[in-house]
Design a protein around this ligand. Structure first.
Ligand SMILES: Cc1cc2nc3c(=O)[nH]c(=O)nc-3n(C[C@H](O)[C@H](O)[C@H](O)COP(=O)(O)OP(=O)(O)OC[C@H]3O[C@@H](n4cnc5c(N)ncnc54)[C@H](O)[C@@H]3O)c2cc1C
Ligand SMILES: NC(=O)c1ccc[n+]([C@@H]2O[C@H](COP(=O)([O-])OP(=O)(O)OC[C@H]3O[C@@H](n4cnc5c(N)ncnc54)[C@H](OP(=O)(O)O)[C@@H]3O)[C@@H](O)[C@H]2O)c1
Length: 526
């Protein structure tokens, strides 16, 4: 039990956590509710594929196999890739499949003790002789049974885009209960197999609510099945910038956004005087950067014609992780009429369909698919049995989920979260975070005092509010991912500058390939 680390979830983040704590000499035990690894990639809609090129979404020490020729592999290929990663690093033996964690409880210090601590876990160490977590697990192989496991550290890798859907709220008699048709969330649509999903929408008038990636992909699938005979309506309240590919006006987006020079234009949490001054001086360039991409997207897609020009800048959408890749032929389908776009700030249900702002007649529809996202924060909260920890982890609706380095809650001992905060390349972010966590557990570095961590969390919160506006709770750090990773590298006592030469350092995009030679063993400077 001494070095037993409980990891909950065997998706991308859980597999990474398992591999890195194992390398540091701990005994991982991974609890996975489903029968296999790969997490959400097991239950997506038919057409889901990677939004990033595969070279960007790959483990630093385990490249995609040469048999995968596609630049954007599909969800089945992603699952196979995850499975082969787990096999290659011999991780399967540590995973308990069909084991759903129904609650975790800390034992060893009272709420009052914890509230009085100046250092994380009381001493600043990741472990304490008295402190343990009890993990309640529902095992579901032959018959349901509940077991309690004791571990010295917990890593939550439960994902944020599953299990707890975000369902819009409606006034009495204006919700789905008055509607004669079917209403489901995109999560339920995604969990159907391809044949049943096609059957569910075939020949029906479908309305998809939302206009983010799930909504666009589902609408595209509906249009493929039903064509112009039964067009699919997308009902949305805010348009967002979507990209057809990664080369606006032929310039790589990574060159515009994901290098150190681009980050110089942004005010960073904890920056010094010079960086602050530079960010202020370069702000016109930032405006230009956004307009450059927006001009391309306006030219490429008939956005104006369809009232689809977002109110916010492209930069804000990148910052908030509310941009994404347009599904293949999406605007062709809009043009031909198999997809109809309808903007409305609010909507409600009636017997035969939906009532939409400004329309007298209802929008008649047979099926409504709510592609309205998830409540990842609720999911995180629900795993704790203690109401105090529930309050700590959730924060408040006007704060971010308060995680230091997007990983540690300063007042929740012996526990880390991977995979909550978003980025535009989550695998890369999760891997850096897991390396950092493994070093924390090993003792390469200690966390600062609780007060200092809380101040840092507030600095990042301000950054997210300044740059992502109302979407700040998505905790997306895509625009500052180099700066964020620099902090992790410095903690791990390694040089954050990983390029060869001044110009490469300034202009070359940072990504997973920089870690290629950065195996954990040689990460620390000798
Ligand atoms: C449809 C979709 C496509 C995406 N595409 C991209 C992309 O192209 N590029 C990108 O960078 N990001 C993408 N993302 C973001 C995505 O969140 C990550 O890429 C990543 O795969 C998430 O991994 P995860 O391990 O954190 O979560 P998940 O994949 O959700 O895995 C969590 C795992 O934990 C298990 N689990 C949850 N609760 C419990 C419990 N109580 N007990 C036991 N087990 C539990 C689940 O069964 C699951 O296996 C996408 C997200 C979605 C929803
Ligand atoms: N690789 C892939 O192909 C792929 C596929 C699917 C999903 N994903 C990823 O999965 C994550 C989740 O995506 P998602 O599309 O499911 O969710 P999401 O990004 O959270 O989008 C939710 C959508 O629902 C809308 N919405 C929320 N509440 C609403 C309400 N009360 N009334 C009306 N509209 C409401 C939002 O509108 P507002 O913007 O106005 O709030 C938004 O358009 C993202 O990271 C995404 O990139 C990736």
């Amino acid at each position: 039990m001494e070095r037993e680390v409980g990891i909950i979830g065997a998706g991308t983040s859980g597999l990474l956590a398992c591999k890195y704590v194992l390398e540091m000499g701990f005994n991982p035990v991974v609890f996975e509710a489903r029968p296999g690894v790969g997490g959400l990639w097991n239950h997506t809609i038919k057409t889901t594929k990677l939004q990033n090129p595969k070279q960007a979404y790959q483990f630093s020490d385990f490249p995609w196999p040469s048999s995968v020729k596609e630049d954007f592999p599909d969800h089945n290929q992603v699952v196979e890739y995850m499975e082969s990663y787990a096999r290659h690093f011999d991780l399967l033996q540590y995973i308990k499949f069909n084991s759903r964690v129904i609650g975790i409880e800390y034992e060893g210090a009272s709420d009052e003790d914890i509230a009085s601590w100046d250092l994380w876990v009381g001493t600043g160490d990741p472990f304490s002789p008295q402190g343990k977590w009890n993990i309640r697990v529902e095992e579901n192989i032959c018959r349901k049974s509940t077991e309690v496991y004791q571990v010295v550290f917990v890593i939550l890798c439960i994902g944020r885009f599953s299990d707890v859907p975000n369902i819009p709220e409606f006034a009495l008699n204006q919700g789905p209960e008055v509607f004669d048709g079917k209403v489901i969330h995109s999560m339920h649509y995604s969990s159907m197999d391809d044949v049943n999903a096609a059957r569910f929408i075939e020949g029906k008038r479908v309305t998809v609510v939302g206009i983010q990636k799930s909504a666009l992909d589902i609408a595209n699938e509906c249009a493929m099945v039903n064509g112009v005979e039964n067009p699919c309506t997308i009902l949305y309240r805010n348009a967002h910038w979507k990209i057809p590919h990664y080369f606006p006006w032929g310039v790589p987006l990574a060159l515009l956004y994901f290098n150190r020079f681009a980050e110089l234009m942004i005010h960073k949490p904890g920056e010094g005087f010079m960086l602050n001054l530079l960010a202020t001086l370069l702000s016109p360039l930032r405006w230009l950067q956004s307009k450059f991409v927006e001009s391309y997207l306006r030219w490429k897609h008939p956005l104006k014609k369809h009232n689809m020009i977002p109110n916010q800048s492209f930069n804000k959408d990148v910052s908030a992780c509310t941009t994404g890749v347009t599904p293949d032929n999406f605007f062709d389908r809009v043009e031909e009429g198999s997809i109809i776009l309808k903007k409305s700030a609010t909507f409600s249900f009636c017997k035969i369909g939906l009532m939409i702002d400004g329309d007298i007649a209802p929008l008649e529809t047979d099926v409504v698919i709510l592609a309205t996202g998830y409540k990842g924060d609720e999911k995180l909260k629900n795993i704790f049995i203690s109401s105090t920890f529930q309050k700590y982890i959730f924060g408040a609706s006007n704060t971010t989920v308060p995680l230091y380095r997007e990983c540690i809650h300063p007042r929740i001992p012996q526990l880390a979260v991977i995979g909550y905060s978003e980025s535009l390349n989550s695998l890369y972010t999760f891997e850096m975070r897991c390396k950092w966590l493994a070093h924390l557990l090993k003792g390469t570095f200690k966390l600062p005092r609780i007060k200092e961590m809380e101040v840092d969390v507030l600095r990042w919160e301000k950054y997210m509010k300044d740059n992502s506006g109302e979407y700040f709770r998505r905790s997306c750090n895509s625009l500052l991912h180099i700066w964020y990773n620099d902090q992790l590298c410095k903690d791990m006592k390694c040089n954050p500058r990983r390029k060869k030469g001044f110009f490469k350092e300034l202009f070359e995009p940072y990504g997973v390939m920089d870690q290629w030679t950065m195996r954990i063993s040689n990460l620390i400077e000798t």
